[in-house]
Write a protein of this length. Sequence first.
Length: 87
Amino acid sequence: MITPPKDISPEQAIERQWPLIDRHVWALRLPVRLTSERNSPVEVWYAPGDSELDAARNDPNVKFTKVEKEKCEGASEVAVTLVGFVG
């Protein structure tokens, strides 16, 4: 889950953390897809907070939003310390 301050959009937070997300995805895919290219496309989607259980149950009311890499305005100005993963 990514929890940005209110003045940072989810898209900005995700794009700012893209290198971490990309590295994690690559680490997860490596044992399964040894022939994958390092720069193969990765899709990142997010859902509203506190919707994990509904998403796991395939609730059609959960709205997912796709994030496009490097298409979010202002993400590079967001301090890395303001966004991140929480457990």
